[in-house]
Ligand binder design. Structure first.
Ligand SMILES: [Zn+2]
Length: 306
């Protein structure tokens, strides 16, 4: 009796092995990736019966989302201050039978020639009182909280739209400012010219995760678009949304202004992808493939449909 049982078990194991060998993992891996500092790139992995793709760049997990029957896409950003050079993107593709393949893809960050601007301000403008330092700490903490969590499923849909119709003004993304002879942090957004009171719209669907007024950024709105992507809108004069609300692409979220540390009215537009501070203008041109959104994301978006 026991022998029959053993034989039956062996037979089923052989059968399972045959099924597995019949569904070998055949994967179309991406080519070596090159991206400029502050830039974005879309990468695709596809293959028969592909069930999941995972990725990692250094210690940062890369979120892949399904974009077709057997294809997955991730958007990878290089921080404005990412060190130029070669590194590795580690990918893992798993098929429906649970068999995985790993691949290391060369990943290169290319140096970008950002503008350098040097200017002086009166020393009093540059001195920080204890109250101001406290305000700055509050500002940093509020933004850190806003960026702390993002749903892994993208809520956005290509294409992204400009928050105001105007072109970028001269103070472009990534410019390095030297104030009173001291180099400052790079400019991590794109300044769009916008007369006081211009309607500012959401570049894409997302959740409002921050509405507040701060020392540097002035009136600020942050949107979480899922998949690790956030966009920021600064120096606003009036808010049209509340924290926690879902917005759709093109919804008016605020009016532009000149609040915070600015010399005149404009909209500062910023973006972060998986903590990399990227040029938001890249969203308009580099994202082309849509996620097959989960039922959850679809229902969230449906809730906000008018
Ligand atoms: Zn700015």
């Amino acid at each position: 009796m026991k022998l029959w049982l053993a034989l039956a078990l062996l037979f089923s194991l052989v059968q399972a092995a045959q099924v597995n060998s019949g569904s070998a993992v055949v994967v179309q891996w991406p080519r070596p990736v090159e991206v400029f500092q502050g830039g974005l790139t879309e990468i695709h992995v596809s293959g028969q019966n592909l069930a999941a793709v995972e990725g990692r760049l250094h210690t940062t997990p890369i979120v892949f989302y399904p974009t077709g029957a057997h294809s997955f896409t991730a958007i990878i950003g290089a921080d404005v201050e990412a060190k130029p050079g070669q590194s590795k993107l580690v990918l893992k593709a798993t098929n429906q039978a649970g068999t995985s393949r790993d691949r290391v893809i060369p990943f290169k960050v290319k140096a970008k020639a950002f503008r350098k601007e040097s200017f002086n301000v009166p020393p009093s403008f540059d001195e920080m009182s204890p109250e101001t330092l406290e305000e700055i700490r509050r500002e940093q903490a509020a933004f850190a909280r806003a960026f702390a969590f993002s749903p892994s499923e993208p809520l956005w849909e290509a294409p992204f739209v400009r928050p105001v119709s105007q072109e970028a003004s001269v103070s472009s993304f990534g410019s390095r400012r030297i104030v009173n002879g001291t180099p400052r942090a790079p400019h991590t957004g794109t300044d769009l010219s916008a007369p006081m009171g211009t309607e500012v719209v959401a570049t894409n669907h997302g959740r409002v995760v921050l509405v507040g007024s701060f020392f540097f950024a002035g009136g600020s709105v942050v949107l979480d678009h899922g998949g690790g992507l956030f966009t920021m809108y600064f120096h606003l004069s009036e808010f049209k949304v509340e924290e926690g609300a879902m917005v759709r692409r093109g919804d008016v979220i605020a009016l532009s202004g000149s609040s915070g540390r600015v010399t005149g009215p404009h909209l500062h537009w910023g973006a972060r992808m998986a903590n990399a501070r990227i040029d938001p203008l890249e969203l308009l041109t580099k994202i082309s493939v849509n996620s097959e959104r989960s039922a959850l994301s679809k229902s969230i978006i449906k809730q906000t449909e008018k």
